[in-house]
Design a protein. Sequence first.
Length: 71
Amino acid sequence: VSIYLRNGIKLQGQIDSFDNFVVLLKNNVSQLVYKHAISTIVPTREIQFDFDDDGESQPAVKSAHAGGDGL
């Protein structure tokens, strides 16, 4: 993903983990980014969504913690 911060800086990498306050971004190094500093997150490849019978969308990409490739 590409993460744009509120001050204009662009960070690139893979989201390894996140919680209510921070996102852990991995590339050559790990970076802990506070969510309040994030302006925009842009995926580097297309994300396909599957819809349940009740109309709820479910991302086709699995979580990094579930053994998938993350975003």
